[in-house]
Ligand binder design. Sequence first.
Ligand code: BMA
Length: 394
Amino acid sequence: MEKKRLLFFVFATIICVGCHKQNPNDPLADSGRTQRTENLLTKLIAQGDSGVYMFGHHDDVVYGIGWESDYDNDSTIGTKSDVKSVCNDFPAVLSFDLGHIELGEDKNLDGVPFKRIRQEIINHFDHGGMITLSWHLDNPLSGGTSWVADSLKDIEKNTVASVLEGGKQHELFLTWLDKVADFLNSLETPYGVRVPVLFRPWHEHTGSWFWWGQDFCTPEQYKSLWTLTVDRLKDKGVVNALYAYSPGTEPDGDATKYLERYPGDDIIDVVGLDCYCFAPDADTVKIAKFADDLDKNLAMVSKVAKAHNKVMALTETGYEGIKTSDWWTNTLAPVLKKYPIGYVLVWRNARERPQHHFAPYPGHASTTNFVEFYNLKETLFLHDVNGLYLSNNN
Ligand code: BMA
């Protein structure tokens, strides 16, 4: 390239990179993230402290029991939801998964097009809702999934080491992170406003079912994985992400164990917990045990949140199949009421595996009780946060 043209190219690139920063609709805060992203954090904290929490549902608006959105038709965006069919309101929090974005695929691991996920995120933001993203990415060393396979355990235990600096798969892994960065950077309204999201990678690492789990890396390696992730996203211009730490229940109420692999206050914004109710037979003893475990773990997380000046959230929960009709107000809500949580998220209603559902749908035995849960003064749905929460004017 001739020198003059090269100079022009460099100059134009600088202007372009600077464009976003100078967008008067979307100013940056001192932290380097957008002011709206910082506002989301401030509001999550204030909300937790005021005794209310948002309700969230994974993949809520893209499919449910007995239906799947028409992904090629723009007019179906944000129109259907099992939760809405039951209580006439959308969840305040929508969650989606980025698994398979790293492979350059058009659809995520559950068959939802990323294009559609992007549209739903922007639409939900425009309606004042919050968005959180998980990432069930494949294994960059074995070529398997997020979940460890017994036959591959010897390889999988080296995966985290392989993606860190100096590791065999480091360069490949950087390209995977860059694909996540590209997606986060693409979450922008037509007015050039970046949509704030809560990114929640490397979750449930206190168990050993994902390749980044407890048995497959040291605490230092796990923390380095986080640092690498967040540094790379920042280097790639991501200014709209908060980060959530969400272990499972293995720490069993012990803050030291919970914090053993904590990447640090400078990296994490939200301290969370993933805690599920396992009682396929509706056994009341198992349901009571879930409530006790949830209580014990949230009590511990609330102390951690306070000590580290973070907001807490129940980042994943649910009762698969919801076998008792009063679970919402008689099991879940009484525990949540005790803690300053910013939001609670239940997992997906899998259209391809109908027993794998965590929210009610029309005709489900818990619909009446879910409406009671909806009407509790502490639960916030989209109508409650609409216009007050994150809208473009905030
Ligand atoms: C799991 C299950 C899987 C799904 C994954 C990512 O808990 O629901 O079927 O693929 O989450 O959404």
